[in-house]
Design a protein around this ligand. Sequence first.
Ligand SMILES: [Zn+2]
Ligand SMILES: [Zn+2]
Length: 381
Amino acid sequence: MKRKLLAAVLAIPVIYLGWLGFESFGSRPYVNATPPAPAQNALEVEGVYHIHTKFSDGHASVDELTAQASRERLDFLILTDHGNPNFESLRSQGRKDGVLVLAGSELSVNRGHLVALGFRTPDRNFSQKAEDAVPEIQALGGFAVIAHPYSKVKWSWGDVSVYSGFEIINADTMFKNNVGRVLPYLPLLLFRSRLPLIRMLEHPKVNLAKWDQHNTTAVVYGYFSADAHLYYRAIFSLLRLHVLLDEPLADGFDAAAAQVYAALRKGRFFNAIEAAAGARGFRFKALAAGGATFRMGDTIPAGEADAAGPIRFEAWAPFSFATEIHLVRGGRTIASARNGVLTAEAQGPGVYRVEVFLKERSPLSTDIPWIISNPIFLRKD
Ligand SMILES: [Zn+2]
Ligand SMILES: [Zn+2]
């Protein structure tokens, strides 16, 4: 009897380790076997947005971060240390270890937390009232993104048309909500595994619904936000922005920073849960019958749609693993494709965006969007 009990007790860790091994090896991230052509590849840069360093409540210095970002082959990092603004963090900008270090600041304002980006260093603090801070940021060439609207520090709404962006996923909020889910994977954290982080992500339904609602009257771009404070290397591989440029990234810091900010300001980027699969090469466009092409972030003038025929949307997911592309209008899927290319005609005015799902055995749940594009807006007169 005792022996049987002992055998049963010993079997538990063996079964557990077997399961853990199966989970971690069975859900390795997909690597694309058909990477984009070099010319197209040079116009796509990848980076991580919303990072805290030792200049506020993060646990690493900028030098430690760039060393890790360089190993993860990131093109840029966007630091967002707390402060109205955080002057030390602003002074740390530059190119280090081949990584472009851009610094904004996460402002504490009356409505919640607001991320200011792309501004020239002010000579005094920004206002703590959101409605006053935004024009101050804009006067210095910058723009503002609403941070973690549904975390403990909630955003109180008001007029959203003055903001350039909105965090549609905030990893820190999701980790705090779902920390229990990491328990079965605790040993993997020692190996900086991405799997426990992916398991803590959930479908950002509430954020997406609010974002779509705002975009019926405003133009607000969606950001995947790391909100990283520690465990940086794994988080750098988790959520990324893919920014699409007109020219390859410049060598000089000022010129390169201007290129990335110009693309963010126009919504020329898409978001991916990169730890599940490399998302390089995804594209979304609209074509007017008259020949004009519109990119992510663009607004198609009403006249364009009526001129010579309907607007056609095209989305490409040129990957060597199974995906499902959804064309979403006003929050609802209106067309989908499983062969890597989606084409669909516009169904009248609306806000059109794309979600891509992984459809093979994936470390990411097949119900959570792996890629979320920025919208193309088709407006009424
Ligand atoms: Zn915050
Ligand atoms: Zn933050």
